[in-house]
Write a protein that binds this ligand. Structure first.
Ligand code: NAP
Length: 273
């Protein structure tokens, strides 16, 4: 495993396991246990995924020391609107059954709240029960506003990012601000046939890798942490096995050229939830 370093010195594994849509307790538990067994040390959940309890139990039962695991959860929009930031954080810790998380993220930039919520996040960080704080789905204009009054620069911005939405401008901005970009839905959540893309298949053949591995490698070579979801043992292993090859500059450019600015999720300025 290789690590990125957050702006407060904390290390984050470049590959994590995403657990969105795993609302069935048993499937969520088994998925996380399997992942920890095959070597994952970074799990990305959220209050809204309704699996914090199962994720926490899987971590405790795994036998992997808690300090070896990088655990992220997120503050949901309703709690932001209700000004229930501290309460939501404590409830997440309780469900996860852990004394601390490694990263706590504001899940979406809620209109009228995306700056003020950061003051509450800074208080949570000062409380010492999260090792880092960050945001998710913040665009450059949200961050510019937030940074005007922030005492702490967000450690991470977790954004939708894949070859059909390469986010080049936002990623450059984040690197400049010392905010680590994290890619969600790196495979387009299996929509739009991304992994059937001929260019990706061709590049994959060249390196004796799969299109999925090429996509993940493209992320980490751009300095982007990535959190693919898989509940399948072989695909979990496949997604970790990306540290023994390097894409050429030319192949990186070919993958960048697939960009269509096409989202599978909501535009952060147009959320209806
Ligand atoms: N911050 C946010 O707003 C936000 C939004 C969405 C997602 N996320 C995070 O990002 C994580 C990942 O995104 P996602 O779950 O939407 O989608 P994703 O990781 O792009 O795609 C997951 C899909 O790809 C399949 N898959 C996994 N590895 C594969 C491989 N090597 N080859 C072929 N297919 C493969 C999985 O099936 P199997 O399980 O059968 O392998 C699953 O159907 C989420 O779980 C969540 O943690 C965050």
């Amino acid at each position: 495993m290789e690590y990125a370093t957050l702006n407060n010195g904390i290390k984050i594994p470049y590959i994590g396991l995403g657990v969105f849509r795993l609302t069935d307790d048993k499937i969520a538990y088994d998925t996380v246990r399997m992942a920890l067994d095959v070597g994952y040390r970074h799990i990305d959940t959220a209050m809204i995924y309704e699996n914090e309890e199962a994720v926490g139990r899987a971590i405790r039962d795994s036998g992997v020391p808690r300090e070896e695991i990088f655990l992220t959860t997120k503050l949901w929009n309703d709690d932001i609107r209700k000004n229930n930031v501290q309460g939501a954080f404590e409830s997440s810790l309780q469900r996860l059954g852990t004394e601390y998380v490694d990263l706590y993220l504001v899940h979406w930039p809620v209109k009228g709240k995306y700056v003020s919520v950061w003051k509450e996040m800074e208080k949570i960080y000062a409380g010492g029960k999260t090792r880092a704080i960050g945001v998710s789905n913040y665009l450059e204009h949200h961050l510019e506003e937030l940074l005007k009054t922030a005492s702490i620069v967000p450690a991470v911005d977790q954004i939708e990012l894949h070859p059909y939405l390469n986010q080049e401008k936002l990623v450059n901005y984040l690197h400049k601000k010392n905010i680590v970009p994290e890619a969600w839905s790196p495979f387009c959540a299996k929509k739009n046939n991304l992994l059937e893309e001929p260019i990706l298949k061709k590049i994959a053949d060249k390196y004796s890798k799969t299109p999925a591995q090429v996509v993940l490698r493209w992320d980490i070579q751009r300095g982007i942490v990535v959190i693919p979801k898989s509940s399948n043992l072989l695909r979990q292993k496949e997604n970790l096995d990306i540290f023994d090859f390097k894409l050429s500059e030319e192949d990186m450019k070919r993958i960048n050229s697939l960009n269509r600015d096409q989202r599978v999720g909501s535009h952060p300025d147009e959320i209806t939830f």
